[in-house]
Every structure is written in structure tokens, then in C-alpha cells.
Design a protein around this ligand. Structure first.
Ligand code: HPA
Length: 245
């Protein structure tokens, strides 16, 4: 068993990993965003992938999500933890907060979002009632409790196209739809993992209040300040999670 960790904005490497190999993988769907960094963490095999590339050069809509998930599978990954930064829509999910979402609404478009348009895999209509793996979510939650890290145990993730942020009216519509948080990279990643049968859970860091709900404008400065402050807690939570698997 190997644990896949997909690092999002602010998490481009996992210093805690005792690295044994940096693998350049090619898949039927092309190249993943970065080298796959393989190693051990708390005696578990871990494979780390930087979703936007190691220098954050790949925007959300240009990420090759299919190659990313397939490359992790090729490396023997049987469980994926995805780290995503998000905006808060629910007034209780504020900058600095961590959320383990249990549901997702997909507003993205035009992304290569399935393996079912290749000749290799048969057409499948995968069940996506619960888009995130319950056992992995429970492990994350228990690890957070054990490490004294506060998390929101549930939330609805709204996945938008980006790379621009949303208008206030779009956020208002998403709030009406039931979204608690908004991010640009949650889909099609979660669905592709489901298609390949790999259990997948997300740990989301709220870095700003979504458009129209906080400051008059959302700035990269405020987002980067929250990331710098909270990425250590995410690292700690990932270590505790690996320990429990
Ligand atoms: N919207 C979409 N994606 C995001 C946001 C946001 O407000 N903050 C961080 N990622």
C-alpha cells in the first residue's frame, strides 16, 4: 500500500518525507504535473505530487488531472489525500480554518474529466453519491483530534473553473446551492480517483472569505499570509494521518 498526497497551492514539497526516489512517470494520458516524490513517512510508503507543478506554473484549468491520478496509480497508490486551498462561503468557515469536505458540486467546464473516453477502460457510470472516501475522512478527523488541530468535519466543496476568482453574485448563487467552500481544483480530480477505484479524501484550507463576503477585494497578499501561517498545521496533520493508516 502507498499513500498518495497531492499538494495544492502553498504545499509544493513534503519535507517530512524520507525521499527514496523522484520518478518521472508518463501515462497514457500524458505527463503528470510534477515528478512523483516517493519515500517513507511514519513507516508508510508515500508518493507526493505537486498539483500545480513544483513552481506553481500550471493553472487549475490546465492541470492534467487524468495523468496525475493515473501516475499515482502506476506508482501503487491505493489512497489519496488531496490538499486544496479554498475560499469560505459558510460564515463559520473562515481564513485559517481546515475543512474535510463530504460533498462536492462541480461548476467546472471543458476539463478532461473522465477516463471513459479512451479505448482502454470500458464506459462506466461510477457511483459518486459520496464523492469522498468515508474511511479516509474519518482517519483525517481522528488524526486532527489526536493532534489537537481544529477542523470542520463536513462541508460542501463548490469547484469553479478559475483562474479568476468569482463574482459576488456567483458566490451568492453557490451559497444558495449549499456550497460551504469554493476552490478551483477539487474537480475532476475526485471523480477521476473514483473512476480508478482509488479512495480519495480532501483537506481544504480556507485562505479568504469568498467574493462579496469579506474584504472588498480578495488579494494574493491575504491568501499567502494565511497559507504561510497554516501550512505547518497541514503538514503536521498529514504526518499524524500517515501514522494512523
Ligand atoms: N475562490 C476560488 N478558489 C479559491 C478561492 C476563492 O475564493 N480562494 C482560494 N481558492
Amino acid at each position: 500500500m502507498a499513500i498518495g498526497i497531492i499538494g495544492g497551492s502553498g504545499l509544493y514539497a513534503l519535507d517530512e518525507l524520507a525521499v527514496s526516489e523522484r520518478a518521472r512517470i508518463t501515462t497514457e494520458w500524458g505527463e503528470p504535473s510534477s515528478l512523483l516524490v516517493c519515500g517513507t513517512l511514519k513507516d508508510k510508503r508515500v508518493v507526493f505530487l505537486a498539483r500545480h507543478g513544483e513552481t506553481h506554473a500550471i493553472p487549475p484549468h490546465r492541470i492534467n488531472y487524468r495523468a496525475n491520478i493515473a501516475s499515482l496509480q502506476q506508482c501503487g497508490v491505493t489512497a489519496i489525500f488531496a490538499i486544496n486551498v479554498v475560499g469560505g462561503i459558510n460564515g463559520e468557515m473562515c481564513p485559517g480554518d481546515l475543512v474535510i469536505p463530504n460533498q462536492i458540486i462541480d461548476y467546472t467546464w471543458g476539463r478532461e474529466h473522465t477516463y471513459s473516453d479512451s479505448d482502454t477502460l470500458p464506459l462506466q457510470h461510477v457511483d459518486f453519491t459520496d464523492p469522498y472516501d468515508q474511511a479516509l475522512r474519518a482517519t483525517l478527523l481522528q488524526a486532527a483530534i489526536g493532534a489537537g488541530i481544529t477542523v470542520h468535519a463536513e462541508g460542501v466543496y463548490g469547484a469553479t473553473q478559475g483562474p479568476r476568482l468569482e463574482s459576488a453574485a456567483e458566490i451568492s448563487r453557490m451559497a444558495n446551492d449549499g456550497c460551504d467552500i469554493v476552490g478551483m481544483t477539487g474537480m475532476p480530480e475526485a471523480a477521476l480517483a473514483r473512476e480508478l477505484g482509488i479512495p480519495y479524501a480532501c483537506l481544504a484550507l480556507v485562505v479568504n472569505m469568498a467574493a462579496g463576503l469579506g474584504n472588498q477585494q480578495i488579494t494574493m497578499d491575504e491568501i499567502e499570509a494565511v497559507m504561510a501561517q497554516q501550512i505547518p498545521a497541514i503538514r503536521q496533520l498529514l504526518v499524524s494521518t500517515c501514522e494512523r493508516l
